[in-house]
Design a protein around this ligand. Structure first.
Ligand SMILES: [Zn+2]
Length: 246
């Protein structure tokens, strides 16, 4: 009888242990690899941490980017700038300031090409030229690539992974289309109301005409900070996410 109880206890402990193991390991996988996320294509970071990665595309812009940097500094926020190579060449001083203030610089092609409508050679040239110009100006090659319009295919995956770059998209519920200047309130409402742990927020520091993004940031940053969010670069977000994933 005693032996039977003993066996029952051992089996129960074993089953309990297995359950805990599966719950814990399953949780860490789903938190990072949320639905669409994969090792190659990043849409968001860990849902376990109160972190947000703000990203700014198409710059640098000689007037708007410095203003965005001022607001980020005021709130001790770090961000990621997906730059066009041609703008890096035109405005190297702004690029240097972005790097010096601890923000990350990602590759967004040289002239904002649609990768689906271009040859493999053209994509490779645009990607490499941008890697090189960023390196020339900052001494560091980007490790993140954001394809214009969020388009990608196996050619893009091959080119970027060979260079040790990851493809970074964005949290789709976060797209305020700020490039179309939809008004400060629209941008603020989209970002502040919808932000979830680990989100990658897409914004633009280069827009045609006047930018609503700078004014919107002056509300977005304090509001999200009040909610307890910390603003990190995409690489920092991924580093933390992978720690969670281990
Ligand atoms: Zn773009």
């Amino acid at each position: 009888m005693k032996r039977r109880i003993c066996v029952a206890i051992i089996v129960s402990v074993f089953l309990l242990g297995m359950t805990v193991y599966f719950v814990v390991s399953n949780k860490s996988v789903t938190t990072f690899y949320d639905k669409e996320n994969s090792k190659e294509i990043i849409w968001n970071g860990s849902r376990d941490e109160k972190l947000v990665a703000l990203t700014f595309d198409d710059g640098p812009h000689p007037r708007f980017t410095p203003k965005i940097l001022d607001v980020l500094k005021e709130y001790d926020a770090k961000a990621t700038f997906f730059m066009l190579g041609k703008h890096v060449k035109l405005y190297p001083k702004v690029v240097k300031r972005v790097a010096k203030e601890g923000h990350e610089i990602g590759n967004h092609t040289y002239t904002h090409i649609d990768v689906k409508a271009n040859s493999s050679q053209k994509i490779q040239d645009e990607f490499k030229k941008t890697q090189e110009i960023v390196y020339e100006v900052t001494g560091k090659k980007p490790t993140l690539f954001r394809p214009p319009y969020g388009f990608y295919n196996s050619i893009v995956k091959n080119i970027t992974s060979k260079e040790g770059c990851r493809i970074v998209l964005w949290s789709t519920h976060q797209d305020s289309k700020d490039w179309s200047c939809p008004g400060v309130n629209k941008i603020v409402n989209t970002v502040v109301k919808k932000t979830k742990n680990g989100d990658i927020v897409i914004l633009h520091d280069y827009v045609v005409g006047e930018s609503d993004t700078i004014e919107a940031l002056k509300t977005i940053l304090p509001e999200l900070k009040k909610k307890g969010f910390k603003f990190v670069t995409v690489s920092e977000l991924l580093e933390i996410s992978f720690e969670v994933d281990k």
